[in-house]
Design a protein around this ligand. Sequence first.
Ligand code: CTP
Length: 398
Amino acid sequence: MARILLIISGGIAAYKALDVARQLKRDGVEVVPVMTHAAHHFITPLSVEVLCGQAVHTELFQPGGESDIGHISLARSADAIVVCPATANLMARMAHGMADDLATTLLLATDAPILLAPAMNPHMWENPATQANVALLQQRGAKIIGPAHGDVACGETGRGRLADPEVILTAIRDIISHKQADLKGRRILVTAGPTVEPIDPVRFISNRSSGLQGYAIAEALAARGAEVHLISGPVSLPTPPHVTRINVQTAQEMYEACLAHLPVDAAICVAAVSDWRADTIQAHKIKKKGDEAAPTLSLVENPDILATLSHAEQRPTLVVGFAAETTHLQDYAQQKRQKKGCDWLLANDVSKHQFGGAENQVLFLTGSGVEPWPEMSKQDLAQHLADKIASFFHKEAP
Ligand code: CTP
């Protein structure tokens, strides 16, 4: 589901933002509402809340709220930020990189596309200060919709009216549909879930991986148009829409299935592959033999799929791995990225986040640095990674 962060700033046109919110909800878009303090003079948070189906955010500092809302993740999890109406004051603060309230903080922290729908008195719009701010914001990538020409609330006529809500909606829908197809034509391999290594017909070696993170990533990539091949160990999850799933049991089968799918543009290795397997699988159930000592299990190492893909002749353009660590997270993850030869590595501390839980918190490591990502749901992490992958291929494109 697309997610729009709708910032309503304080102008007489604020009531028109309600129309925009209502239509977006009808389109099936999640609308996360933010109001500046000034906007509260024009419309009530209650009407916004009812139309958006969720609470309005206004405060930058809310006792106990920071961990729930997480301003940065609020800013970064949106597909786009829409400011409607955008007042001269808000755009001035934004142009100067100020972060003195929640709205400007979110605008400064986001890496999502920003769409501004200005509305103000025509003289304010024409003022060189406003024009310089708008030009600067445009130059930095913000999309400006309107303002339209006509009568404004203060009785004057000129350019300053909020653009027609339908025009604003068309611009938002364009951003959403563009984003939804920005991985079209990319063939991506995702490994997920545990592997299961048999010992005898009834026993096996495996781990607690639920497959949730890998499946969420496969789903997010497919939703953006990628051709996704999900090589999955045994999990009890439905296949995400538009994803081709290949079921495997053992690491060896996963390894072979991955190689058989090359070439791909990207490989995302999320599976918790068993590092070892029994060197011989007993054809019959191993029996207890009276007072003899317990049998010993002799193990051999499984092939490393991530390292193999990273060094393959048909190496995917982008290889991404995950690392589960319990100590020295950053050091071990750095070493692992280099040892395995992958481009990006998402490292999580499994002593803090239970294996198989719904939330995840990772360090995102690339050849050029480390980004700590805030704690978020596995779905949000998948969206975030899909954004990174889409912008990687966008920069790659000739
Ligand atoms: N991986 C893989 N094939 C293996 C083992 C791991 O493709 N045989 C991949 C995982 O999918 C993950 C990454 O390697 O993307 C790191 O997995 P992790 O278990 O953290 O690392 P290990 O290589 O197993 O190292 P160690 O257990 O010693 O930390």
